[in-house]
Design a protein around this ligand. Structure first.
Ligand SMILES: Cc1ncc(COP(=O)(O)O)c(C=O)c1O
Length: 399
């Protein structure tokens, strides 16, 4: 087998299952999970209907490039959402459908990395673990940049050494970030684009949480929008990845896209035809319905807004919690070690949260997720309120 498989770390949820297996939760309390970032709001009816109405799509092999209708719908969505000049994002050259951003992150890394000695894939830390595994399997070494509270959970890019940038082949940005919800702002994107030009690397921006935000007047900026502001209409060295999983509560549909630099997408399409990950025809039709509608996305945001308001209200008197810039995660500081916090919370309150140290690596003697837990506010409002009350009771019991 491929020797690089040995580099793959257990997934955070495997570690969490072990942590929980060592204790017994109270049987008189129902379990509440704040651990997994799987949206629980209902999938939109009209998307489900579009899927069901087109099941005859099962009788055809879908093309890897996807239908022109889907690529046009995606290009139009990007143009509206990121204020792009009309026509700069071509459905023909600048957009490819993917079966979820997880797959896109992994596959793009395989296609983009040139296996030369010293090749680096640079990512935030804490992170979404696929960046790391994708780097190893592409024959590169992951290089992690700590995201700390004193820099609003954005890496200190100014502190990165020139030789790291020289060896960097892909820089992953995750904005809004998992697990911290931090948004990378325009000035930083501009600086990163200048670095990509100087040191010749690709910026891949994972923006799958971009539609979960709190201020309707201020949607998070994305990398395409930064390119637009800079007049970089060829999106040189830049790609973004988006998904319907969180935006439209469709994690099971496996639908997203990659968009940006045509010079990168053309060879990536070639890679994908071998990789064999074409989106099913009926999923393409259902995805068009989802990308073309914003009402359900606004409704979704309103639900998260209410949950954040309630949960932050309940927890802030006893814990350091703050509404994030965006996303559905609360990144909360723990008064005891994060793994002990998660284990005792499960044992005493039958609740699961994800220890921050499980989604980060030690760099320069720092494990940036240590002392934090990630709470995904994906459950119903009532469950989120009940969960927050249980966490508060637990924290109060510690003092
Ligand atoms: C940061 C980040 N990127 C990508 C994904 C993958 O999402 P999907 O493959 O459903 O689009 C997730 C899922 O939780 C995530 O948290």
């Amino acid at each position: 087998m491929n020797r690089d498989l040995a580099h793959l770390q257990p997934y955070p949820f495997e570690k969490l299952a072990k942590l929980k297996a060592a204790v017994t939760p109270p049987t008189d309390m129902s379990h509440i999970a704040f651990s997994i970032g799987e949206p629980k709001h209902a999938s939109p009816d009209f998307v489900v209907k579009a899927l069901a109405d087109n099941l005859n799509g099962l009788s055809v092999y879908p093309t890897t490039k996807g239908s022109l209708e889907l690529r046009t719908s995606i290009a139009n969505w990007c143009t509206r959402r990121f204020h792009l000049s009309e026509g700069v994002l071509s459905p023909e050259d600048n957009v490819l459908p993917v079966t979820g951003t997880r797959e896109a992150i992994f596959a793009f890394t395989q296609a983009a990395v040139d296996r030369v000695p010293g090749a680096l894939v640079v990512s935030p830390n804490p992170f979404y673990q696929i960046y790391e595994g994708a780097a190893y399997l592409a024959g590169a070494t992951p290089h992690y940049l700590n995201c700390l509270a004193d820099n609003n959970f954005i890496p200190d890019y100014d502190a990165v050494a020139d030789d790291v940038w020289d060896n960097c082949q892909i820089l992953f940005i995750c904005s809004p970030g998992n697990p911290t919800g931090a948004v990378t702002q325009f000035d930083t994107l501009k600086k990163l684009i200048a670095l990509a030009d100087k040191h010749d690397f690709i910026i891949a921006s994972d923006e799958c949480y971009s539609e979960i935000y709190f201020d309707e007047a201020k949607p998070p900026i994305g990398l395409l929008e930064a390119c637009e502001k800079l007049g970089r209409h060829d999106f040189d060295k830049c790609v973004v990845m988006h998904s319907l999983s969180k935006r439209s509560n469709l994690p099971g549909m496996r639908s997203g896209f990659i968009a940006g630099d045509a010079k990168l997408l053309e060879p990536f399409l070639k890679y994908r035809t071998y990789h064999g990950c074409a989106m099913q025809a009926q999923h393409q039709i259902a995805s068009i319905a989802a990308w073309d509608d914003e009402a359900h996305v606004l409704d979704n945001r309103n639900k998260y807004r209410e949950k954040f308001r309630e949960v932050v209200n309940i927890l802030s008197p006893v814990m350091e919690v703050k509404q994030p810039d965006a996303s559905f995660y609360l990144w909360a500081k723990t008064p005891i070690a994060d793994d002990e916090f998660a284990q005792r919370l499960f044992a005493e309150q039958h609740m699961t949260v994800l220890p921050g140290s499980y989604v980060s690596r030690e760099v320069d003697g720092i494990v940036p997720g240590a002392g934090y837990v990630r709470m995904a506010l994906v459950a119903t409002l009532d469950e989120c309120i009940e969960g927050a009350k249980r966490i508060r009771t637990f924290v109060e019991s510690l003092t």
